[in-house]
Design a protein around this ligand. Structure first.
Ligand code: SF4
Length: 488
């Protein structure tokens, strides 16, 4: 039986990032560095991981495994099978079409053999016209092995008439719509590409004489690589040991629309996004929240762990003491690989516990990063009241999540999102708390450094899960009946 991490049995009320990518060229035993990078990116996907490496003497080699990086790609017997100075890796949550039903053949990177040599490719994001492309390609004779979007890119590359792999990749990616940060490799080149709007992150680093690509800067830090720069929206970097980094812009220029939720929740707080510390942005969200929605209370408590920086900011701005009123059991996820129904019913109590001595008779402000279905928020509120709190006030570090993400984040269907079916007041009643306030979209934009807030005519970020304004029309979903927000 396949052993893999639990599909978040106690943490199913959060949006989930679906993937992280990493690549290294010009460093001996590159796969070992890739494994470490994937470990640093594990928060972006825990379901499975894969590594491809290339060595001139042994050719391409690959390994794909279900489960955590640390449980698989730390074994010398496996890593010895991945020799060479060029390697890419991928951590995966799951893609839209195969949630909970992933086969090992769906685990990236994917490999294609072309007349000019092999290439492996992995991506973070979601191709919003993948169904349409797949149908077209199958109609023209392509045989798909997996349910992953990345395979579409391989088949499109196979059909290109260009004579080298980077050019074939450009041809293929010009047909693709949606959000994607791609890391790919040939026998001699490491390639990184961001979609024209740069929705998902990708950074370039230097490790000795070698080069590194990573979804986040925390992946560079773990291997001691120096941050060089972000791969720009719409940019393709082709890196070789001989020629260093070459930069191309294969797409029509577009207004950048980086995912604003990366700042709120997905990225690690020790990463740097767009030149800004993620931790500092989250702290600033708390400052903005305290300015927008003050309330008299005795304590500001984070919902751990992702609510912590915003709670610190709220406390600093309001002058209300910060306290760890809820403590997280860090080992929960690994203890119960397959929880029984009885244990499952204990739900959030297995993961979070209230610090009763601190909470009793206090008016408590709970700061959380988001409300998705609202199920966890309700349970946390009950725990706080059971511990004797006098009042419970929720302050949420993102605007109401009222729309699904189609750009590489696992979101419930729209009717399962609490904010899609209820007003803020109705949500407050539903959660039965003394008050509930979300940061405004303008407040969130101020916290990420846009001092004038959101430019309504030309938003600076993707914020579709809050605004319903999708920067790239989700073509496949529209074909399946998804209704876009009506024009105002
Ligand atoms: S819809 Fe939301 S989660 Fe998805 S890319 Fe846009 S901001 Fe990020």
């Amino acid at each position: 039986m396949r052993e893999m991490p639990p599909s978040h049995p106690f943490d199913d009320d959060k949006l989930k990032e679906e993937c992280g990518v990493f690549g290294v060229i010009g460093v001996a035993d590159a796969a070992n560095f890739v494994a470490l990078g994937m470990h640093a990116l594990q928060h972006r996907g825990q379901e499975a991981g894969g590594i491809v490496a290339h060595d001139p003497a042994f050719g391409f080699s690959s390994a794909r495994r279900f489960g955590y990086v640390r449980d698989n790609f730390t074994k010398a017997s496996l890593m010895e099978t991945l020799p060479g100075a060029l390697s890419i890796g991928h951590v995966r949550y799951s893609t839209a079409g195969s949630k909970g039903n992933t086969q090992i053949r769906d685990v990236q990177p994917f490999f294609g053999e072309f007349s000019m040599g092999g290439a492996a490719i992995a991506h973070n994001g979601n191709i919003t016209n993948a169904d349409a492309l797949r149908k077209e390609l199958i109609g023209r004779g392509s045989i798909f092995q997996s349910s992953s979007d990345s395979e579409c890119i391989i088949h499109l590359m196979a059909r290109s008439l260009q004579t080298n792999i980077p050019e074939r990749m450009k041809d293929a990616l010009r047909r693709v719509e949606g959000a994607f940060s791609v890391v790919a490799m040939t026998r001699t080149k490491l390639i990184g590409v961001r979609d024209p709007m740069g929705v998902r992150p990708l950074v370039l680093g230097r490790l000795g004489q070698g080069w590194v690509l990573s979804s986040e800067t925390c992946g560079l830090d773990i291997i001691g690589a120096e941050f060089v720069r972000e791969v720009a929206p719409g940019e393709m970097v082709v890196i070789s040991e001989k020629e260093g980094v070459q930069s191309f812009h294969p797409f029509e220029r577009a207004q950048p629309r980086f995912c604003i939720f990366e700042h709120v929740y997905f990225s690690r707080p020790d990463s740097i996004l767009g030149g800004r510390s993620v931790y500092e942005t989250r702290r600033q969200i708390g400052v903005e929240l305290a300015k927008e929605s003050p309330v008299e209370a005795d304590l500001v408590c984070p919902v751990p762990d992702s609510g912590t920086p915003a709670a610190i900011g709220f406390s600093q701005q309001s002058g209300i003491p910060f306290a760890m009123g809820i403590v997280r059991n860090q080992y929960m996820g690994r203890t119960f690989i397959e929880p029984t129904e009885q244990i499952r019913n204990m739900g959030v109590r297995l993961k979070l516990n209230v610090n009763r001595a601190l909470i009793k008779d206090k008016r408590v402000i709970l700061v959380d990063d988001s409300v998705v279905r609202g199920t966890t928020s309700r349970k946390i509120k009950e725990m706080i009241l059971d511990a004797g709190a006098a009042e419970v006030h929720f302050r949420i570090a993102s605007p109401p999540t009222a729309w699904p993400c189609f750009y590489g984040v696992d979101t419930p269907q729209r009717d399962k999102l609490l904010a899609a079916t209820m007003s803020e007041e109705e949500m407050r009643d539903h959660l039965a708390v003394d008050s509930l306030k979300f940061i405004s979209l303008d407040g969130l934009y101020r916290a990420v450094g846009e001092t004038k807030g959101r430019n309504a005519a030309c938003p600076q970020y993707c914020d579709a899960c809050f605004s319903g304004e999708y920067p790239v029309a989700p073509r496949d979903m529209i074909a399946k009946g998804f209704e876009l927000k009506a024009a105002e």
